[in-house]
Structures are given as C-alpha cells and as structure tokens.
Ligand binder design. Sequence first.
Ligand SMILES: Cc1cc2nc3c(=O)[nH]c(=O)nc-3n(C[C@H](O)[C@H](O)[C@H](O)COP(=O)(O)OP(=O)(O)OC[C@H]3O[C@@H](n4cnc5c(N)ncnc54)[C@H](O)[C@@H]3O)c2cc1C
Length: 505
Amino acid sequence: MASLLRSLPLTLPPPSHTPPRSRLSLPGSSLSSSFANPIREGSKERGFELRSTGKFGSFLELKPENKPDPLEDFKESVSWLDCGGKKRFDVVIIGTGPAGLRLAEQVSRRGIRVCCVDPSPLSGWPNNYGSWVDEFEGMGLEDCLDTTWPMACVFIDDGRVKYLGRAYGRVGRRKLKSRLMEGCVEGGLVFHRAKVWEIKHKEFESSVVCDDGSEIKASLVVDASGFRSEFIKYDKPRKHGYQIAHGILAEVDEHPFDLDKMVLMDWRDSHMGNEPYLRKSNSETPTFLYAMPFSSKLIFLEETSLVSRPMLSYTEIKKRMVARLRHLGIRVTRVLEDEKCLIPMGGPLPMIPQSVMGIGGTSGFVHPSTGYMVARTLALAPLLAEVIAECLGSTRMIRGRPLHHKVWNGLWPTGRRCEREYYAFGMETLLKLDLSGTRRFFDTFFDLDPYYWQGFLSSRLSLVELAMLSLSLFGHASNPSRLDIITKCPAPLAEMMGNLALEAM
Ligand SMILES: Cc1cc2nc3c(=O)[nH]c(=O)nc-3n(C[C@H](O)[C@H](O)[C@H](O)COP(=O)(O)OP(=O)(O)OC[C@H]3O[C@@H](n4cnc5c(N)ncnc54)[C@H](O)[C@@H]3O)c2cc1C
C-alpha cells in the first residue's frame, strides 16, 4: 500500500491519517508486493488523467489496471511432475485455490505422497478475501491478513448504524498462498500444470486424465476445483441461492467512511431518490455496499446481493453501485482491480460418500447465509488431512469404498450436516425478506449476544445453540419482524425439519 501511494506522488497526496490498527504498510506484505507496479505499461500519469472519470462519469468507464502477480519465486523450488516418470501417488488434488492448496499442504506434511494439478499452480488468487480476525488467529494465520480493522459497522438505514466490536481483516492473498506453497515444498508435494478432463475409477484406485494427455493414478482423488466443478455428484436437485456482487479496488478523490471500521453492510437506499425503477427493484431484492477503506484515497467497494433466487442481474448490481457511489460523493479516479463475484449458496450437500472427495467450493463449505468460506475451509482441511493420513499412512491401508466412506463422513459427520441444514434455513429465510424485512432482521440479529451472532457467522454454533439463537432472535424481534418470521418461515422450517429427520435416520 505504501509503495502504491509512494509511486503516485503527483496524483495522490499521502493519506490524511492512518487507521489505528490497520497494517497499511507492512514491508514485503502481499499488499505492497501485489501493487509494486500499480500503473501498468503504457498507462503513465497522462493515461491516468485521460481515464479519470468526469464529475458525473462512472467508474464503469475505467479499465482495471492490475491482476495479481504469479508467485514466480516458487518456480524453481517446487517439484514438477516428470511426465516421463512414475505417475502414481497416494492422493491427487485438483485445484490450487485456497481449499486445494491448504489440503495439499496439510496432507503432504503427514508424509502422504500428493500431486496437485492445476492449469496454473503459481497464479495469484484473483479474489479479494475478507475474514474475521479471530478466525485467522485461531489457526495461527493472522499474519496472513494484510490489513485489519478493529471494528466493523452495519448501516441499517439512514438513521441507524450498528458498530460491531469484532476485528475484520483482508486476506493477504500472496502471503497466504506463499505460506501454503512453502508447506507443500517442505512436504515434497509434486505439482502438475494441466487441466483435469476426466476421473476414472477402479475398485482401489482412481486416475485423472489431463488435457496434456497425461494420466495420474492415486488411491484418492480430491476435487478442489471450485464452484464450477463437474466431478462431484449430487443425488438431490441443486436448489441454490446465489450471492452476486461487483467489486473494485479503487483510488478515489475521497470517501465518507471511517478508516478504523470496515463496512460489513450498508443497506441505505437514499441514493435511489431520483431512480424510481432502481428503488422499486431494490426494495424487493435489496443489495448492500461492502467496503474496506485502506486509506482516505484507496478503498475496496463491492455492491452485493446477499442472496437471490433467481439470481439478480449483474447489470442491475452495477447500476445500483454507480448510483450509490455518486450519491456518496465517491469519485473513482482509478480502478486497480475488479472482481465479479458469483457464489452458489445453500442447496443440498454432495452425495455422501462418492468416489471423488470434495473440499472448498465443491463440497458445500460455503456458509449458506453469508457466502463466506475461506476461513472455514482453512480450518477444516487439517481434519480431513488427518482422516486421509489415518487411511493411507504407512501403518494402515484403507482404500476403495471404506476410504471414501471415511473421508466424506470425516468432513461431514452427522452433527455438521445438521448444523448446515440450519444455516441453509437461514438462507431460505433471507431469500423471503424484502429491504424492510432484511433491515429489521439485521437490526435484531446484531443486537443478539455476540456469542450468538459471531458464532452464527463463523459456523461455530451447535444445533442446540442454533435453536437458542432462534429463540433469542424471536424474543428480541420487533412485532413486524416477528410477523415476518411467522408468515415467511414455516415452509423453510418444515423443509429443514424434514431434512434433519432424514439426517438423523
Ligand atoms: C469474487 C469472489 C470473492 C469472494 N470473497 C470471499 C470472501 O471475502 N471471504 C470468503 O470467505 N469467501 C469468499 N468467496 C467465496 C470462496 O471463498 C471463494 O470462491 C474461494 O476462492 C473458493 O476456493 P476454492 O479453493 O474452493 O476454489 P477456487 O478458489 O475457485 O480455486 C479452484 C482452482 O481449481 C482450478 N481448476 C478448476 N478446474 C480445474 C480442472 N478441471 N483441472 C485442474 N484445475 C482446475 C482453478 O484454476 C483454481 O485454481 C469469494 C468468491 C468469489 C468468487
């Protein structure tokens, strides 16, 4: 960050003040290295001036200038698959996103022979991940957050704002990926640069067929290829909700947000005063602004539909964002990065067990009510690694169906499946709320005992605690909010109870 600001002395004055606990200028942090060259070739200051938006222009006219840099430093130190040599491993992991790489690091540390296949294993991760700081502290990974805010805030409407005493952080993508890569290198993991096309199974062995013609055999194949995976099977209709969002890391003339608070949700809609069409659609399917202010001039802004079904259109999201930023007086002068976020949420779990193991976006890990996943995946991967090591480690050799049974049930024991039903119920309830209902819901939710709202957001509550949370929510709710619960929840509640009964059988 500091290097970014230093590199633009003519166009950007230094930030007016520094947020109390933000780590804005860690030397060598992923933030500073990702943006070491914030202005791309051919876009020097003159180009920057030309691309600046006019007073009433929109940030949509600006092209994103950066993409995350690849981790070239690992090119020499990692082991690459010798295509002429032996291609038999204990485990093949498809994908080097946060899920695949964390599992790869954890499994290879336990002495298991692992090959990780991805078209571009050293690429920088494209998404801007955020997480609660305590979740990363719990795993000893807090130094992989490149910026932290001591508080978060939620704007319910123009008159009400909630201040949440829970620190939030932005994941240093490069730092986290480097940390996991180092573990993989130490564990002797082998990478293969290819796309997996097909997975074949025999009784005790599977093999992946890649687009370069190679075929790699293993006792277990784990699919960590993200939401679009076609390798994981479902035995129930996939009734997802969708989180859709448009995000930009932007340089701005100014913004109105405090630097010591990240904005978890801004549900204000005063920007729609002159936009009757937008106001109507927003009151039916609301969106909020999520913002991480890094300095007075640099901010990550994301207009987000928490969950919708059918999915809200991406164009609609962008229109709302333009109207909101204009109303807030945020003039974007440069878009450093942008992201289109589309996250399938809820729906059934994959078929359990099945011959391919899944982790991350492929395995139902996304929190059905929030869309968050990274911290949970990082936390659960060691548990799965332990089960894999128990089955494939040197002392025991459990393969085939018993292995698939153990790994799937290790990751998704009955209790965790039941808890997920509850979180999916939360999503189904949110889907039924319009803007007024959503505001009433969060107004009550964030007034709950922090143990409950924090536990809910971090998937930490047991089924009994989730039931307590429901009672507490009902007890604290306003009368209109209670009416929402009584009139809109029976169908999702009945569905959840049915699914819980099936899980218990
Ligand atoms: C824009 C965006 C923002 C998000 N922000 C947050 C956030 O702030 N906090 C949070 O907790 N969650 C967030 N999420 C949700 C979730 O955490 C991410 O989607 C996360 O990246 C999922 O991790 P993953 O490892 O499962 O999959 P991915 O990160 O998608 O990685 C999949 C990997 O598999 C590879 N691959 C795909 N197909 C194949 C194939 N056939 N063969 C070989 N390799 C293959 C890909 O190249 C990729 O490297 C966000 C999601 C998106 C889309």
